[in-house]
Design a protein around this ligand. Structure first.
Ligand SMILES: [Zn+2]
Ligand SMILES: [Zn+2]
Length: 181
């Protein structure tokens, strides 16, 4: 399994479970952006101003986002960004394998800009406010390898998605940061 060291994950309460709390280093994000530019060049795709703003926005964040969030964030930088350009750029980002598309059973997809940094990390999502937490666990990896081995498979990648309710929802019946889309 192509697992990168999770140096920026810090051990939580349970041994063997690491949650990303410090984000992805700027250099890692810059490197991913550089690779994406090369990918566009190989495809002979023109990098328009709009597209450059969208790409800068994607690789400046380590938060997971929806297409509409990316549109909002990009428009904060340049109000002329069109929805069509965002929706045309997203498939290129996922095709490059630098951004991963995730389906949490919502009417829209989420995009993970941390995929090139750690392709095998897992996600917890609050089904109400859609807060996403990334975590990694050697225990889970061991179990998956064991299941694969016992059934005669070689596990190549893993990506566990847990739908959950966050603490704010449990405490007060409402989450602080409800998504508006
Ligand atoms: Zn992630
Ligand atoms: Zn919540």
């Amino acid at each position: 399994m192509n697992r990168l060291p999770f140096l920026r994950l810090v051990s939580l309460t349970s041994p063997g479970i690491r949650v990303r709390i410090n984000g992805v280093q700027k250099e890692v994000r810059e490197e991913a952006k550089r690779k994406f530019m090369e990918f566009l060049e190989r495809k002979d795709l023109r990098i328009t101003n709009q597209r450059r703003v969208i790409i800068d926005t994607v690789f400046d964040t380590d938060e997971h986002f929806t297409a509409e969030q990316l549109l909002d964030w990009s428009r904060e930088r340049d109000s002329s960004i069109s929805r069509a350009t965002v929706y045309r750029t997203l498939p290129l980002l996922t095709e490059s394998n630098l951004v991963h598309e995730m389906d949490f059973g919502k009417p829209y997809k989420f995009y993970d800009p941390n995929y090139s940094d750690s392709p095998n990390h897992n996600h917890l999502i609050c089904e109400d406010c859609e807060k996403i937490v990334e975590f990694d666990s050697e225990k889970i990896e061991e179990i998956e390898q064991e299941i694969g081995h016992n059934l005669g498979f070689t596990v190549k990648s893993q990506n566990l998605q847990l739908s959950a309710t966050c603490n704010a929802l449990k405490r007060s019946g409402a989450c602080d940061n409800k998504p508006c889309n």
